[in-house]
Design a protein around this ligand. Structure first.
Ligand SMILES: NC(=O)c1ccc[n+]([C@@H]2O[C@H](COP(=O)([O-])OP(=O)(O)OC[C@H]3O[C@@H](n4cnc5c(N)ncnc54)[C@H](OP(=O)(O)O)[C@@H]3O)[C@@H](O)[C@H]2O)c1
Length: 234
């Protein structure tokens, strides 16, 4: 039987990896909520759904359509959003609205959420937003998987200096040291930079296989799909 997947944030770094994996699954029908139509690479099982995240009335009807799994990979930065309020709308309010609408329309559905390492001990605006969304998901009663990656490695076109520095300078050393000296240290791997493809692979796999009623958090080594012997690379 076809399962219906809805994805928010499919144009992002993690989101595009999720869509690439979903494209190989003819048993899944995928609807991607997009701000601009034509943003995504076409796939036979993919339908783009133009969506206005600012329109609070749009969530209910959109999620009233068939949905067995909602994947949320939305996010921005304060610099890109313009200010803290605009940042919070994307990282906190839109995901919360999606979760709330889904809990009403399909309480039996599952959610896969891309959050962040540190969301369980939030400090500051960014982690506070992540923690609030996680709490909403927990309270919703929906079956869910939360991915809490550390720094993401990707081929992002936009220049984010910190990400580039981590990817080129810190990640190779961190992953090499982890493999050699901290293979069994969950603390070490919790903060290890991780490639977006690994995040997408582990999150999607966990979300599709999670039994109803359960919740799972993936962080650190859980997100390194080819564990440490692949040096954290996909
Ligand atoms: N970067 C890191 O190192 C890191 C580390 C840990 C956790 N995370 C978290 O991981 C998640 C995914 O990160 P990512 O790097 O894949 O994100 P990304 O590449 O920045 O993609 C963000 C997604 O959110 C959408 N979005 C941004 N602003 C929006 C707005 N105003 N209205 C509607 N949609 C909007 C984008 O759509 P458009 O294409 O239309 O803009 C895109 O689909 C985020 O929640 C992020 O906080 C990131």
């Amino acid at each position: 039987m076809t399962q219906h997947v809805v994805i928010a944030g499919g144009t992002g770094e993690v989101g595009r990896q999720l869509l690439a994996l979903l494209a190989d699954r003819p048993d899944l029908a995928v609807r991607a909520l997009v701000r601009k139509p034509g943003s995504l690479q076409a796939a036979p099982n993919l339908q783009e759904v133009p969506f206005d995240y600012e329109d609070a009335t749009a969530y209910g009807p959109t999620l009233a359509q068939p949905c067995d799994l909602l994947l949320i990979a939305l996010g921005t930065t304060i610099a890109k959003a313009g200010n803290a309020e605009a940042f919070l709308r994307v990282d906190r309010d839109y995901p919360m609205r999606l979760i709330s609408a889904l809990a009403t329309t399909h309480p039996e559905a599952k959610v896969g959420l891309v959050s962040s390492v540190g969301a369980d001990h939030p400090r500051g605006l960014y982690l506070g937003a992540k923690a609030t969304v996680e709490a909403e998901l927990e309270a919703s009663g929906l079956t869910h998987v939360i991915g809490r990656p550390s720094f993401l490695r990707s081929s992002r076109k936009e220049i984010r200096v910190l990400e580039i520095a981590v990817d080129r300078l810190i990640a190779p050393l961190w992953l090499a040291l982890g493999r050699v000296a901290f293979a069994d240290s969950r603390g070490w791997w919790r903060w290890a930079p991780v490639h977006v493809r690994e995040v997408a692979t582990t999150l999607l796999d966990a979300a599709l296989t999670l039994p109803p009623g359960q919740r799972r958090v993936l962080e650190g080594i859980d997100l390194h799909s080819g564990p440490i012997n692949q040096w954290g690379k996909p």
